[in-house]
Ligand binder design. Structure first.
Ligand SMILES: NC(=O)c1ccc[n+]([C@@H]2O[C@H](COP(=O)([O-])OP(=O)(O)OC[C@H]3O[C@@H](n4cnc5c(N)ncnc54)[C@H](O)[C@@H]3O)[C@@H](O)[C@H]2O)c1
Length: 266
């Protein structure tokens, strides 16, 4: 079933760059917080700071949405919430299935942030017969034998994989064959999917490893400062050219605002 990795162009069909798409949820989160405080307008600088993005980049991103704000007033918060939600496809309900209802799957099932962002947990699926029928976060778990039936009946296009790594590819293949075209993978394995299927991977241990790298670096800098001599000279940075269009870069670590840094340590 799996025929290879998905390669997506760096620009979506409607002309919005992938890096901009990756920042839209950051703007939306900041705008939603403003909306909840009934703040009517926001300047690009304030919103950029709240989203952790540079303000020139924010203005460029919003220009793709056709949103330019009003000089001296800023952006209308409610209208931007609507525009970004519409762009991200969040003005419609997305049924989601979670496969693998162990520690992680159960925690995800109970996560209120899905529903509030337009993702309805349509079904919880697990291979363990002892789990079948048991309610988790108020939803009865269904057996994985019925996966295909559940996907087609609920018109599900997004699947979350929270199974052990060893079965994740097989689960992924079944989800895709049943009609799922977007997968959020928590299992620590690389999934192969046919063209037209998007996979996003979440791995908290990788994030921790990156933090460990920075901690180690900070500790090294402090030791050098305490010893009263200059830190060991950093090697010259190597300038990494941007990946060619149409490829999925894997070497660059994404910054918080979705950028792949152009300069990486040697
Ligand atoms: N991405 C992250 O940051 C992160 C964090 C924690 C755990 N994980 C990963 O998430 C996965 C689940 O972790 P966990 O602690 O919940 O494990 P767990 O053992 O508690 O749960 C796994 C569940 O998957 C079910 N399962 C097994 N094979 C299945 C199949 N073929 N179809 C459907 N269900 C199946 C099991 O019955 C079990 O209920 C693991 O791969 C783990 O490494 C990732």
């Amino acid at each position: 079933m799996a025929t290879g990795r998905t390669h997506r162009p760096a620009t979506r069909s409607r002309g919005i760059p992938e890096a901009t798409v990756a920042r839209l949820p950051l703007y939306l989160r900041a705008l939603t917080a403003l909306s909840e405080r009934s703040v009517p307008t926001v300047s690009s600088e304030e919103l950029a700071a709240a989203a952790g993005v540079n303000s020139a980049k924010l203005r460029k991103d919003f220009s793709y949405l056709g949103s330019y704000g009003t000089r001296g007033v800023g952006y209308d918060v409610e209208y931007l919430v609507y525009q970004i939600s519409r762009e991200l496809g969040l003005t419609q309900d997305w049924p989601v299935v979670i496969v693998g209802i162990g520690n992680l799957g159960a925690a995800l099932a109970g996560y209120g942030g899905f529903a509030s962002r337009g993702f309805r947990v349509a079904a919880l699926i697990d291979a363990d017969p002892a789990m079948t029928g048991k309610p988790v976060a108020g939803i009865p778990v269904q057996h994985s034998d019925d996966l295909e039936k559940i996907i087609s009946e609920d018109g599900v296009s997004i699947g979350v994989i929270a199974t052990p790594a060893g079965v994740a590819q097989q689960v992924c293949d079944r989800l895709v064959a049943a009609g799922v075209t977007s997968i959020l993978n928590f299992a620590p394995t690389v999934l192969s999917v046919p063209d037209g299927v998007d996979v996003r991977k979440v791995d908290l241990s990788i994030e921790l490893q990156i933090l460990a790298f920075h901690e180690q670096r900070k500790a090294g800098e402090e030791t050098s400062a305490e010893e009263g001599h200059d830190a060991v000279a950093e090697p010259e940075p190597v300038v990494v050219p941007p990946a060619p269009r149409g490829t999925t870069g894997t070497t660059g670590r994404k910054g918080p605002d979705g950028d792949v840094p152009a300069v990486m340590p040697a």
